[in-house]
Design a binder for this molecule. Structure first.
Ligand SMILES: O=C(O)[C@H](O)COP(=O)(O)O
Length: 329
């Protein structure tokens, strides 16, 4: 019986921690050439250990790793579908409310758009609306791998959620929840109606709270504060996975994703304030040679566009087509 835990099969490395300042928030300088190079060697070594530990069944499994160069990976960002408080027009922030029926449909639709892009690891916030979105999206995926939430909150939780089959692990996708990807904390606005708040404090004031870069709502987080924790988490935990050639999906929130997009697209504080994200629309980036290339929103599975983004994705699709009778009867 295999004894390695599901957690152990995931490559996890910390990035260098020196910081540079951009638009008033500190970001980790993991893009510095020397440190990146050192980390990359470590990542490659660990990734190959993880791969060798996995029992593959050649007749039924596409060797995804063989289709990827370690320095190229896909990054999918999805803002959660409509929540019950989005529907009621209430400030939500870190209050943990579920999706509406429309939100469930949006998540399923998002899943269809990315159903042919291989996903190796999923990051979500710790909030149910992002987790529901990730799970619902993944049940649409062609590969039918099972997304499994990792419970790292205690040693016991880790021990009790172990998986003892390498083959089963190979048919699973780890889902890593992180509070750092949560929606920005909306302070004393949480639970208030957005329209009524605008009538009470004035449209201008409420617009500043919602869309300025560095003005926090009362006792809440500004976008700058949200970016500080979301981008640091991205650099320390997500970027190393991409550098190791893992395809990553992030299901999170309007403002935590705006923060991350600000970092990926090198937006200024002025540019980010006009960035709006729709619920349930996936955005694709390709990470190659340390750079993020924006590829927009993938189209539905019947259209070819998304595969042209990289040769590897095109090869993956071809392999899927060839093996589809075995994998997706
Ligand atoms: O937390 C909320 O209320 C929303 O998810 C995001 O709100 P915003 O559009 O005011 O940033």
């Amino acid at each position: 019986m295999a004894t390695a835990t599901f957690h152990q099969s995931i490559v996890s490395l910390a990035s260098p921690s020196s910081t540079i300042s951009q638009c008033g928030f500190k970001i980790d300088s993991s893009l510095s050439f020397t440190s990146k190079k050192i980390n990359f060697c470590k990542i490659k070594a660990m990734a190959s250990v993880s791969y060798n530990n996995t029992l593959l069944s050649p007749s039924k499994t596409i060797p995804e790793n063989s289709l990827k160069k370690p320095n190229e990976a896909a990054l999918i960002l999805i803002r959660h579908g409509e929540s019950l408080w989005n529907e009621k027009n209430l400030f939500t922030g870190c209050v943990d409310v579920p999706l509406t029926e429309k939100g469930v449909e949006e998540a399923i639709e998002a899943g269809k758009r990315i159903s042919n892009i291989p996903v190796d690891v999923i990051f979500t916030s710790s909030l149910i609306r992002a987790q529901m979105t990730a799970m619902l999206a993944m049940i649409q995926h062609r590969r039918k791998k099972v997304p499994i939430i990792l419970h790292d909150e205690s040693e016991q939780a880790k021990t009790w959620s172990q998986v003892f089959s390498d083959e089963t692990k190979n048919q699973s996708i780890p889902v890593i929840p992180a509070w750092q990807l949560n929606e920005r904390m909306y302070g004393e606005l949480q639970g208030l109606n957005k329209q009524e708040t605008a009538e009470r404090y004035g449209k201008q004031q409420v617009h500043e709270w919602r869309r300025s870069y560095d003005i926090p709502p009362p006792k809440g987080e500004s976008l700058e504060m949200c970016a500080e924790r979301a981008v640091a988490y991205f650099q320390d935990n997500i970027e190393p996975k991409l550098a190791a050639g893992k395809n990553v999906m992030i299901a999170a929130h309007g403002n935590s994703l705006r923060s991350i997009i600000m970092y990926l697209d090198k937006l200024t504080c002025q540019e980010v304030i006009s960035l709006e994200l729709s619920t349930g629309i996936p955005l694709l980036y390709i990470f190659k040679e340390g750079k993020f290339m924006k590829r927009g929103s993938p189209v539905g599975p019947t259209e070819a566009g998304v595969y042209a983004y990289t040769k590897r994705l095109a090869q993956y699709r071809q392999k899927l087509e060839e093996d589809s009778e075995v994998i997706c009867p």
